[in-house]
Write a protein that binds this ligand. Structure first.
Ligand SMILES: Nc1ncnc2c1ncn2[C@@H]1O[C@H](COP(=O)(O)OP(=O)(O)OP(=O)(O)O)[C@@H](O)[C@H]1O
Ligand code: SF4
Ligand SMILES: [Mg+2]
Length: 349
């Protein structure tokens, strides 16, 4: 572990992951710059197909970037071979959406959790490994006897607890969690999220938290990055982003999220985007969001908006956001049917 707290655990610099195929090049990640500080939780949100998992997989080098750079604890790992990466692997882990696919069904839970300890030579002997497994099981809310079971004997929630225990067994500095609860029953999602939040607070690992669940990201993340078609369009501290989304896409995304207050939920305005996410095979020219943006003007069709940093560290890429941060209101320009009821959330902005 690095002693310098100012070095981020994860730095993505202009990360690209293009997939070349017969039909052309899929620009799944197309210039993503993102930093996760030590002990920081960064949420990555965006609709299905926007490239979130691609970014997550490249960040832990389960996939190979085709451009840009990935640095972990200040070390450039972009092009390191599998072999060269091996000793560094204890610093970063990925927790997948579906724990069944990442847990070897032939191994016992104890073996699964102990495997990283063994690979990295962390447990001195068998007894030390057993003790660590019991400790980890307790930390994720399971009992010592679960160590002798096999993954298929457990519930989905328990399996995800085991993949979390495995990921944390070697005390990584970075955890990439890709929709860690979306494959679980709604009834157990909250408890697994709470567990992640508790462990993150206790252990202080940095986390890239990928999700569709805006209430989860609001609860867990210090900062949120919003992705659209392979790129980040806005990034801001969580509370600021929710209180005042500036990019029209962020405004649309948040307008679709449930709000705890039923009165607000009934009366607020939902921005309905027209059409589907365009294909990453041929992203629209100019602003990639222009084909669906209720506010698009002529220049949006030809001129790529730069990702600019505003005061307070917010980043946003939209021609209509002024230098002083004044932002347009996509709801006001959205279709008339979605405007019949006033939006209490945007009205106060
Ligand atoms: N191996 C691959 N070969 C070709 N295209 C790919 C590959 N992996 C991903 N893609 C494409 O890249 C784009 C981004 O996919 P990705 O899985 O990263 O999106 P996502 O934001 O994680 O979506 P979801 O929310 O559904 O999980 C999609 O268009 C997808 O079809
Ligand atoms: S640059 Fe234009 S199309 Fe893109 S988000 Fe801003 S207003 Fe919409
Ligand atoms: Mg995904």
């Amino acid at each position: 572990m690095s002693l310098d707290n100012s070095i981020p655990v994860l730095e993505l610099v202009g990360l690209e992951r293009h997939f070349a195929g017969a039909g052309g090049t899929v620009r799944a990640a197309d210039g993503v710059t993102l930093t996760v500080g030590r002990g920081e939780v960064v949420g990555l949100v965006g609709e299905s197909g926007s490239g979130k998992s691609t970014v997550g997989r490249c960040a832990v080098r389960l996939d190979d970037p085709t451009g840009g750079a990935v640095r972990i604890n200040g070390t450039d790992v972009t092009t390191l071979s599998r072999r060269a990466l091996r000793p560094l692997r204890k610093d970063f882990h990925l927790v997948f959406q579906d724990p069944s696919s990442s847990l070897d069904p032939r191994m016992t839970v104890g073996e699964i959790i102990a495997e990283p300890l063994r690979l990295h030579g962390i447990a001195k002997n068998k007894e030390a490994a057993h003790a660590r497994v019991r400790e980890l099981l307790a930390q994720v809310g399971l009992r010592p006897e679960h160590a002798d079971r096999h993954p298929h004997e457990l519930s989905g929630g328990q399996r995800q607890r085991i993949s979390i225990a495995r990921a944390l067994s070697v005390d990584p500095d970075l955890l990439v969690a890709d929709e860690p609860t979306s494959a679980l029953d709604v009834s157990v999602q909250a408890s697994v999220l709470n567990l992640l939040a508790d462990l993150q607070r206790d252990r202080g690992f940095g986390c890239l938290f990928i999700t569709h669940d805006l209430s989860a990201v609001e609860y867990l993340a210090d900062r949120i990055a919003v992705m659209y078609l392979g790129q980040i369009v806005e990034q801001a501290p969580t509370a600021e982003l929710f209180a005042n989304p500036k990019h029209p896409y962020t405004q649309a995304l948040l307008s679709a999220a449930p709000v705890p207050d039923p009165v607000t939920q009934r009366t607020r305005e939902r921005i309905v985007l027209s059409g589907e996410l365009p294909s990453p095979l041929a992203p629209p020219p100019g602003c990639r969001f222009h084909t669906r943006c209720p506010l698009a003007v002529d220049r949006c069709r030809t001129e790529v908006p730069a990702l600019r940093t505003l005061e307070g560290g917010r980043e946003v890429s939209c021609h209509l956001v002024a230098e002083d941060g004044t932002a347009p209101d996509a709801a006001a320009a959205s279709s008339p049917t979605s405007r019949t009821i006033p939006n209490t959330r945007t009205a106060t902005r």
